[in-house]
Ligand binder design. Structure first.
Ligand code: NAD
Ligand code: TYD
Length: 357
């Protein structure tokens, strides 16, 4: 078994941040398996050009022939599975891709990992890890005064996205219990930070504000999410990979619950400070309340006690420090923003918001 890991979905938002963070602190080669959907972007990895420690393979996790070949060729000591369809609104419009990638794709990846793992010597078998990156959305929606999600919460997914992630989590669990595959699962809250695709709330608000467009707030804007800076999530995953107990699930979150409208206000106020509007008015003027998302989960919150106590992980950024870094990154990278706002992105924005009135 070599010192190499397979990272799937490593051209996306969190996967890309993970690969950059990994190679900034380790010389273990990354085999980056990503089929480059609309959300995959090689520009996220531009700083790794010419770096022999990063091997990019353009293929889907469901492509068993390619995936089997990668296991045989590179003999990895771990797989970190980020690859997924990840946007709730898209899952409402078109669930099929979510079933194919998140469920069927994860199943095929597990099969390839299991077949490879069975060929390993005992010591390598014991050291191998399959880490599955999942979401807090599998636990469903909390009421205002409910305790935050712990690893013991039952699964109650409400959107096609969260249902498909829940199914993949169950498959991962089953591969451990049935076949002994050494798996780990992480369930994380909402991430934000550099390279976040501007279909998601925070980058959408930043980019729309700067473009002078309406800032769409779904429903009453009082839905609560628990925001975590993406690099803190990546560090949490590394820590779980290093020291997590096989077969266990770890919740990762920022202890940072905020209502969507408060998030939008903070982003507007920081943009007022960093890049004031020419007319001297606040970006808050652009806020527009639009029709709510069907089945919209009211509140997510993570109880991160287990990963803190067992593995000593804690977020390093507060929301105040992380959001300033994030906004600065978007201001410093207008070309990245312009390039991702391609034809298909514009089609999506038109489709999603036209119907909301
Ligand atoms: P993303 O949509 O930004 O990126 C997904 C990446 O996966 C893209 O590069 C895409 O090209 C690739 N991909 C899609 N289908 C693929 C397939 N069949 N084979 C190979 N590659 C494929 O997603 P993200 O926000 O970076 O999320 C990464 C993972 O983290 C997902 O599993 C998601 O469920 C989970 N997660 C996300 C958040 C969040 O706030 N974004 C929070 C918790 C968990
Ligand atoms: P999103 O970034 O899509 O993440 P998720 O649905 O996985 O939590 O949305 C975060 C919250 O912001 C969610 O409650 C929906 C809301 N939202 C808006 O109010 N307006 C928007 O334009 C978008 C994309 C999301």
């Amino acid at each position: 078994m070599n010192k190499a890991i397979i990272v799937t979905g490593g051209a996306g938002f969190i996967g890309g941040n993970f690969v950059l963070d990994w190679l900034a602190t380790s010389d273990v080669t990354v085999i980056n398996l990503d089929c480059l959907t609309y959300a995959g972007n090689m520009e996220n990895l531009a700083s790794l050009e010419g770096d022999a420690r990063h091997i990019f393979v353009k293929a889907g996790i469901g492509d068993s022939v390619v995936v089997r070949g990668l296991f045989e060729k590179y003999q990895p000591c771990a797989v970190v599975n980020f690859a997924a369809e990840s946007h709730v609104d898209r899952s409402i419009h078109a669930p099929e891709d979510f079933i194919q990638t998140n469920i069927v794709g994860t199943f095929r990846l597990l099969e390839a990992a299991r077949n490879y793992w069975n060929t390993l010597a005992d010591e390598d078998k014991a050291a191998f890890r399959f880490l599955h990156v999942s979401t807090d959305e599998v636990y469903g929606s909390l009421k205002k005064d409910d305790p935050a999600f712990s690893e013991e919460n039952k699964y109650e997914p409400n959107s096609p996205y969260s249902a498909s992630k829940a199914a993949s989590d169950h498959l991962v669990r089953a591969y451990h219990h049935t076949y002994g595959l050494p798996v780990l699962t992480t369930n994380c809250s909402n991430n934000y930070g550099p390279y976040h695709f501007p279909e998601k709330l925070i980058p959408l608000i930043i980019t729309h504000a700067l473009a002078g467009k309406p800032l769409p707030v779904y429903g009453d804007g009082q839905q609560i999410r628990d925001w975590l800076y993406v690099v803190d999530h990546c560090r949490g995953i590394r820590r779980v990979l290093e020291a997590g107990r096989v077969g266990e699930t770890y919740n990762i979150g920022g202890w940072n619950e905020m209502a969507n409208l408060d998030i939008v206000h903070i982003v507007c106020d920081l943009l007022d400070e960093f890049r004031p509007r020419e007319d001297g008015k606040s970006y808050r003027e652009q806020i527009t309340f639009v029709t709510d998302r069907p089945g919209h989960d009211r509140r997510y919150a993570i109880d991160a006690t287990k990963i803190e106590k067992e593995l000593g992980w804690k977020p390093q950024e507060t929301f105040q420090t992380g959001i300033r870094k994030t906004i600065q990154w978007y201001l410093d990278n207008p070309e990245w923003v312009a390039n991702v706002q391609s034809g298909s992105y514009r089609d999506w924005v038109e489709k999603n918001y036209a119907e909301r009135g």
